[in-house]
Write a protein that binds this ligand. Structure first.
Ligand code: ATP
Ligand code: MG
Length: 498
């Protein structure tokens, strides 16, 4: 308190003797200068506090218009911001205590008033009031900050387990002010079972090792729904190192957590999608390579043969190159160009669409037989199999590659092509009587034909088997489940919807 400043005092006292006594005592106070305003009635005093600022009020409790504790209460209600020093007679000292409980700064017995006592009481009352006002202001500022940050406050006594929960804390958990008991256990019970250990460990680490308590976890709200909260706190430790109080706040971070979760999921989905796209690209590349191999391989083999013939070096039949030979070569080159163009746009052999699978295979056999002079025995029993696009392409390519291999590797004079089916499978078999090869021979690193045939069979949930031995011919058997091949007649006869 600044003692050089003049203290404005309002004395409310109806007894002239007592008023005089107090005025005289005040004159002798050394510590401060003062200015006194005297009112005899409560109503007069209340009207004078509006125009004038007072630092302290000396209030007698027995006035003409008010008696006892009600005197203080009426005054305090009208001027709660003014510090009041209650003046009591000897007989009403207990009322003084009551007044302190209700907000008075102090009380003084009029019969014992001395200058020093009065000076000390006035200074003490003003100072106490100033500190209380500052505390109240800082509490209000804190509450406003907490409310502004939508935080719920908690104040926990680790020794007794008692916990203060602010109204907003309870609100975050969906409770009314009176509903959640002020016990730490009630708060712990609300924590999600999967998060309890983490919270307990973090709390222990703070209380025992003073590590930061800053954690996010889920709590069960009154409705049973779980929400994410962010909780921070700080403890106070006694000199012996025991935590005796811990204060902190919580905020509801559910929306942020959900947004983070959604973001994470969409990132994962994106990664999955790009992996799928990558895989699809690889598969497509492989598919194009297979088609090029199977289609162009056969045509290149035929072209090679025709070129050799046209040079008059086939089967020792010497002779000049004829116009007809060259026409055959040009025709094959034309076909090759057409195939390359078509494969670039549509991987399916055109004749499959034009003719259907079985006539296309018959055309293939006819062409193979006439080009290479190999006798072909065919037995095709597949009229009631309705090959779909995938399976007809696969079967056509398998037969095509197998016949190309016969022409290139077997030296066979005869080949059998069988297509048949039983209740479950379609079976495609190409068998020649040529030189065969060792059954355990590993294909060369640049051999793709058999590999591609096997892949085509597997893609239709079927399988491919090779039987061969040196000088024992070469047999390829492919088994394809009818369900994957697309057997209309077979499936409808069993009432299976397509
Ligand atoms: N009908 C057959 N008679 C004898 N050997 C064969 C027959 N078919 C395949 N082979 C052997 O199996 C190997 C692998 O055949 P595959 O079709 O996988 O490759 P390729 O024909 O050598 O080369 P690509 O087909 O890639 O042009 C052949 O190199 C050949 O040794
Ligand atoms: Mg081959």
């Amino acid at each position: 308190m600044n003692t050089t400043q003049e203290i404005q005092i309002l004395l409310i006292e109806d007894s002239p003797t007592d008023a005089l006594l107090i005025e005289e005592a005040l004159v002798d106070v050394q510590d401060f200068q003062h200015k006194l305003v005297h009112a005899e009635r409560l109503s007069d005093a209340l009207s004078s506090i509006i125009p004038t600022h007072f630092d302290i009020v000396l209030l007698d409790l027995g006035l003409p218009d008010a008696k006892g504790i009600d005197t203080f209460r009426s005054f305090h209600q009208k001027a709660p911001e003014l510090p009041v020093l209650v003046l009591t007679g000897l007989e009403d000292m207990s009322v003084g205590l009551l007044a302190i409980q209700d907000g008075a700064q102090d009380y003084l017995s009029k019969r014992e008033i001395s200058s020093s006592e009065l000076g000390r009481a006035i200074r003490y009352a003003i100072e106490r009031h100033r500190v209380a006002m500052a505390l109240k202001e800082s509490e209000e500022r804190f509450q406003l900050a907490v409310r502004g940050a939508s935080a719920g406050l908690w104040d926990w006594n680790p020794q007794s387990g008692a916990i203060y929960l602010s109204p907003h804390f309870r609100e975050i958990l969906g409770y009314e002010a009176h509903e959640l008991p002020g016990l730490n256990q009630a708060v712990l019970d609300a924590i999600h079972p999967d998060d309890v250990d983490r919270v307990r460990e973090s709390l222990a680490a703070h209380l025992e090792q003073k590590r930061a308590y800053d954690i996010e976890y889920r709590v069960r709200t009154k409705s049973g729904e779980f929400r994410w909260i962010h909780s921070r706190g700080h403890a106070l430790w006694s000199p012996s190192g025991e935590a005796y109080r811990m204060v902190g706040w919580i905020i509801d971070v559910t929306e942020r957590r959900l947004a983070e979760e959604a973001l994470r999921e969409s990132r994962e989905e994106l990664q999955r999608l790009s992996a799928n796209i990558q895989r699809a690209r690889e598969e497509e590349k492989t598919r194009i390579a297979r088609e090029l191999h199977d289609d162009l391989g056969q045509q290149l083999a035929a072209l090679k043969l025709e070129c050799a013939r046209s040079q008059g070096r086939v089967d020792g039949a010497d002779g000049p190159t004829t116009q007809a030979d060259m026409s055959n070569v040009y025709a094959l080159i034309d076909q090759l160009v057409v195939s390359v163009r078509r494969i670039a746009t549509d991987l399916r052999p055109a004749m499959l669409d034009d003719l259907g699978l079985i006539p296309a295979i018959e055309w293939l056999i006819e062409r193979f037989s006439s080009l290479y002079g190999v006798r072909v025995a065919q037995r095709i029993d597949a009229d009631d199999i309705d090959f779909n696009d995938d399976s007809s392409t696969a079967v056509f390519r398998i037969v095509q590659e197998a016949l190309t291999n016969v022409a290139r590797h077997s030296g066979a004079s005869e080949v059998r092509v069988d297509i048949a089916h039983n209740d479950r499978d379609c079976i495609v078999c190409i068998a020649d009587n040529g030189r065969g090869c060792r059954g355990d021979a590993r294909p060369a690193s640049n051999s793709f034909g058999l590999l591609g045939m096997r892949e085509r069979a597997t893609a239709l949930r079927g399988e491919l088997k090779v039987q061969t031995a040196p000088d024992r011919g070469f047999t390829i058997t492919v088994r394809l489940p009818l369900a994957a091949v697309g057997a209309r007649d077979h499936e409808t006869s069993r009432g299976v919807p397509r």
